[in-house]
Design a protein around this ligand. Sequence first.
Ligand SMILES: [Zn+2]
Length: 142
Amino acid sequence: MSKLGKYFSLEELTVTHENLENNPGPTELLKLKELVKNILDPLREMINEPIAVNSGFRTLAINKAIGRAQNPISQHTKGEAADIECFDNANMFQVIREHFQFDQLIWEKGNDKQPDWVHVSYKANGNRNQILKYKNGKYIQL
Ligand SMILES: [Zn+2]
């Protein structure tokens, strides 16, 4: 297990169900470490429960294989984003919203009470603190 921070490993942040290699380059690896250091590790301590990473870094090939947007290029392919889940996703969404600097925070699918998962991204510079919610097939800004 190669650790990216206190609680998260490289294996967790590069998990994929596709039968393709998913190795970040040095730039993407640095960005993953920044994401862990600035959001995932402190978030884990704040909510005090395990956080599962459904998807972190994805190569362009994997991003394409799972049918995700090619334009704009997903922040997952840059090592800047993670899709995360815990016992109470809605609470985790609020904690991120209130306590962190982030680029994008997205309430993914689910309903008005709980998202199915939470997408969060972080950039070293120029974080937009943009908050979106997936509803009725499209993303709306909150
Ligand atoms: Zn995502």
